[in-house]
Write a protein that binds this ligand. Structure first.
Ligand code: AHR
Length: 526
């Protein structure tokens, strides 16, 4: 016998139940679909799902910025002031709310002065963290803000703390935000930008336990207080100050940093990457994997929920009012690089599996939306779990891009309690849940339900009780494919993309559908 896993959105009101069910045999190809049920209620609703949960992280790494976003004004790739128009169009279309920049580890060595002034005069540097590649500094502060303005996103600028000083940080912030007559504001104007830029989020360092300086949490807590003491926001323009948080389940870091620095912090970060092996240093390919790798990837990615729960618990002891947000400002899949590419450039393909990994993580973030108020996938273009791949003038939207597109209506929606009961399945030697989901009330009043069938083989027959909602109509989109590793590539860009799904119906107040194996469905109910 095996337990059924019950998933509950809004779990602080509706505790997950455990229901007994029959056992599914190891790796068996079942003709019979899995059976699942659930209930969705309009009350109690809340909290609001911050649109920043669908944020991006774009670092100077491999072809992420150069080629991926920046091609330069003289490029044959259509661009506006050097920023490629196809990528801007794609990111604008999914309402990217925020872009964290310039790193990552790159930020930990970045000298902002290298990236301002006439481009021809900017110094060439070596990108020490990422294969020692040449860094031209052609993309600097002005180009970053041009980019976020073109896509309509807010700015999240990561400060160099580990290898810099509070004075350098202060100067960069004043350069960006001062509207006075001071020398830094005047310098910005001479460099072509009259008005200050709104800097909504500032990261006070990055991975201080690793590439950011190999410090203890106590050292970081003190440094955080010292650096933030010299942050002087423009009146009414205070940025959210993001402290460096832990990686994975390192709650001792959270506890110590909050103990030292609670007073000045508005958010604390958490980084967690998914590898099928559980280790990003010895990982596996992005495509050509088997069902065992599929299952292992989901088991690993589901640890995000445990880590968020553990860190939130520690945060609650310091901050029971939940004033300080948890920002998952680096997350995503980390596989071996594509053959023939530089291992230091972290270029990997992106398959249907990644779209479902994204959906599972969105569901987790939504379940914790009371504390988790930002998440930034690593990374937007050509690096790790990208939304976009580019090759010269060509651009491909990945399955992960489409997961973002399908979840767009969840931005600023209100969480609704969704209880799901579905069997666990055994794939290879691994037990895993067959279903993930989330529900919300969109800002326009529509009800939204997202369901991911994680089984690589079996369909799920779902019966969802919606009687309390009194909905009349539904529409749905599905993302699926024949192969687990189906992906979009140059020359066949449309292999995996959403399609209308007409297999769902309303029956006496129930939503009834058969969800194909390895698929994401997002339903809109009115
Ligand atoms: O996203 C790649 C790297 O992963 C980032 O630079 C760093 O912060 C993390 O370890």
């Amino acid at each position: 016998m095996r337990h059924r896993l019950s998933i509950s959105v809004n779990p602080w009101r509706y505790l997950a139940g455990i229901v007994l069910s029959g056992c599914l045999m190891a790796g068996a190809v079942l003709a019979e679909p899995l059976r699942a049920s659930g209930v969705l209620m309009p009350e109690p609703s809340g909290p609001v799902i911050s649109r920043y949960l669908f944020g991006q992280f774009s670092e100077h790494l491999g072809r992420g910025i150069y080629e991926g976003i920046w091609v330069g004004p003289d490029s044959r790739v259509p661009n506006v002031r050097g920023i490629r128009s196809d990528v801007v169009g794609a990111l604008k279309a999914i309402h990217v709310p925020v872009v964290r920049w310039p790193g990552g580890c790159f930020a930990d060595e970045y000298n902002w002065r290298d990236g301002i002034g006439p481009r021809a005069k900017r110094p060439a540097r070596k990108n020490n963290w990422w294969a020692g590649s040449p860094e031209t500094n052609a993309f600097g502060t002005h180009e970053y803000f041009d980019f976020v303005e073109q896509i309509g996103a807010d700015a999240y600028v990561s400060m160099n703390v580990g290898a810099s000083t509070p004075t350098e940080m202060r100067h960069w912030i004043e350069y960006m935000t001062s509207d006075g007559e001071d020398a830094l504001a005047q310098e910005r104007r001479r460099n072509g930008r009259d008005k200050p830029w709104p800097v909504k989020f500032i990261g006070i360092g990055n991975e201080y336990w690793g590439c950011g300086g190999k410090m203890t949490p106590q050292q970081y807590g003190r440094d955080f207080m010292r650096f933030t003491a010299f942050y002087h926001p423009q009146p009414g323009q205070a940025a959210t100050r993001v402290a460096v948080g832990a990686k994975n389940g390192l709650t001792e870091w959270t506890d110590a940093v909050m103990g030292e620095a609670l007073e000045n912090m508005d958010a604390l970060s958490l980084h967690y990457y998914t590898s099928p092996t559980g280790n990003v240093d010895v990982t596996k390919p992005a495509t050509g994997f088997d069902a065992q790798d599929w299952a292992d990837t989901f088991v690993q990615t589901l640890k995000m929920e445990d880590y968020i729960t553990a860190h939130s618990r520690v945060m609650d002891t310091h901050d029971p009012q939940k004033r300080v947000a948890l920002f998952i400002d680096e997350w995503g899949t980390w596989y071996t690089v594509e053959p023939g590419t530089d291992p230091g450039h972290l270029y990997q393909q992106n398959s249907l599996r990644d779209a479902l990994v994204a959906a599972v993580n969105f569901d987790i973030f939504i379940r914790h939306a009371d504390r988790v108020r930002m998440a930034n996938i690593a990374q937007t273009v050509n690096v790790l779990q990208s939304l976009i791949l580019t090759r010269g003038p060509q651009m491909v939207l990945t399955p992960t891009y489409y997961a973002y597109q399908m979840y767009m209506p969840f931005q600023e929606a209100t969480v609704l309690p969704l209880r799901l009961a579905a069997p666990e399945i055994k794939v290879g030697t691994t037990w895993m849940p067959s279903l993930s989901g989330a529900a919300a009330r969109a800002t326009n009043g529509d009800y939204l339900v997202a369901l991911s069938n994680l089984s690589p083989q079996e369909a799920v027959e779902m019966r969802l009780d919606l009687r309390d909602l009194r909905v009349q109509t539904l529409s749905a989109q599905i993302l699926t494919a024949e192969a687990m590793d189906a992906h979009n590539d140059f020359g066949r860009a449309d292999t995996v993309k959403p399609h209308p799904f007409d297999g769902a119906r309303l029956e006496d107040g129930y939503l009834v559908l058969t969800q194909p194996a390895k698929s994401l469905i997002v339903l809109t109910l009115k």
